[in-house]
Ligand binder design. Sequence first.
Ligand code: FPP
Ligand code: MG
Length: 298
Amino acid sequence: MVDAVERKIEQYIGELGDQYVLRLYQNLPHGKRLRTKLILKIAGSSLKVVKTAATVEMIHAASLLHDDVIDDANTRRGTVSVNASEGNKTAIMMGDILYSKAFFELNSISSEVAKVISNAVVQLSLGELADVRLSRTFHTNRDAYLKMLYQKTASLMEASAESAAILVGKNRQAYRQYGHNLGLAFQMIDDILDITEDSKTLGKPALHDFVEGKVTLPYIYLHEVLAVEDREFLVSLHKKRLSNDEAEWIKVAMEKNGIIEKSYLEAKVLIDEAIELMECLGEKDLSNIAKAMIERSF
Ligand code: FPP
Ligand code: MG
């Protein structure tokens, strides 16, 4: 049924009557379509559900187009990003087109769903802004980081699950909580993989987050446990193109201090809660999605 969502997105973009825009969309790498899978698992595959998933994916794609401009990223999911191949102006406008068309369609699906999703986009944008601010200097503000993570990543996952529940009259609060936990854990695991995986698997340079300025949870925890001199060294590497030795130093320090396990366990607490919630509701497939997330190596 993911195919039905792909076809719906192509139909929506086709309706705009612009071949260049359609071609740009068709060349975007699709990613895991996690939000679609979540929506379809919760709500089945009626037309309203397929349309909702299509609008969510269009909004997600729009946010990544803008994010790549903001991060000045040359690649997205291992291929050349739109800002790199077509320029920032095109990437921004392409994002605006996807986003606006998604909202136009959303309004005729359900006003309650439209409210939930538009609120998530406000959160997304606040989160991206907080991310930009937090990335300016090395910070140790765990609460601010977690809030930003919720806004930037979990909010759309949370809204997807809640919207799906609304469409089929399920308990919206429970599914919202599930989406919230899944979204947060997803990003926490992503932050860990940026440290533990090699650049070929990631499709971007290893330790890319830290080089970009993003002080993710593992770095905050590492900073907490290091001796003063090592702390200073860690801070001096922030936002710097790392030599192999410097990258290795960070990885070894993370391993030696049990930082990866600590961060992983924090994500696992959220996943376990999501699993328990879904098992209570008899949603085996959804609890399996949560299990798979904590077990993924990439
Ligand atoms: C990726 O973060 C970014 C997001 C998940 C959200 C970005 C949100 C906006 C730009 C605001 C919303 C805008 C619209 C048009 C809906 P990342 O840079 O940490 O991850 P990455 O490694 O995938 O780039
Ligand atoms: Mg980015």
